[in-house]
Design a protein around this ligand. Structure first.
Ligand code: E4P
Length: 223
């Protein structure tokens, strides 16, 4: 399973990269705004800064909503760095744009996926990734994980190469559930990734090992 971090915070991206488990980054206009990144040039510089930290696969989202504008903006984003994946919303012009980007060899991430039908359309257009938003479905009382399961079944039925990028992940349990269902990628906050590290029995076990080692060493020193 590939791990992407869902943030525009450079310190958090560095921390995940230093951990050695990071495969990519997803951002969106809200995450950029949260970091106070506004204005076209600042946004571009920020994408470049993210690309300088990670090895590959940095999703940069277009803010255009018409076919021509999505193409223009997406091509400009893709030209920034070979690591960029153009993130396109699941709208009619977005699907057309994904088809175009695919024909040009530009990788795409179709975002704001909330139904299996949307994922199927994006896969037919050749999207590299589809991003079903689990957490936001859970938030409205819908079953986010069922959507991952349905998309996995459909893509496997027809052998679509489009990868399922489980997005809007809220915590470590979401990551485990997505891994069990065969999502290819998950994107979540650093807290969800680090949450996988934790288990009280690990902490207790380690404390006991270290205490026993210390006791034995002290006893040996006394002769
Ligand atoms: C995906 O690429 C999105 O950036 C993201 O996962 C949205 O998640 P949220 O529901 O936590 O905003």
């Amino acid at each position: 399973m590939k791990f992407f971090i869902d943030t525009a915070n450079l310190d958090q991206i560095k921390e995940a990269q230093d951990l050695g488990i990071l495969d990519g980054v997803t951002t969106n206009p809200s995450l950029m705004a949260k970091e106070g990144i506004t204005g076209e040039q600042n946004v571009i510089n920020h994408y470049k800064a993210i690309c300088a930290i990670v090895d590959d696969k940095v999703s940069a989202e277009v803010i255009s909503t018409t076919y021509e504008e999505i193409i223009k903006e997406g091509e400009a984003l893709a030209a920034l760095d070979a690591k960029i994946v153009v993130k396109v919303p699941m709208i009619k012009d977005g699907v057309k744009a994904i088809k175009y980007f695919t024909s040009k060899g530009i990788r795409t991430n179709c975002t704001l996926i909330f139904s299996a039908g949307q994922a199927l359309l994006a896969a037919k257009a050749g999207a590299t990734y589809v991003s079903p938003f689990l957490g936001r479905l859970d938030d409205i009382g819908s079953e986010g994980l069922t959507l991952i399961e349905d998309i996995r079944l459909i893509f496997d039925n027809y052998g679509y190469p489009t990868e399922i990028l489980a997005a809007s992940i809220r915590g470590p349990l979401h990551i485990i559930s997505c891994a069990k269902l065969g999502a290819d990628v998950m994107t979540g906050p650093l807290s969800a990734i680090l949450g996988l590290l934790k288990h009280p029995l690990t902490d207790n076990g380690l404390a006991t090992f270290l205490a026993d080692h210390k006791k034995a060493a002290e006893a040996a020193a006394k002769g």
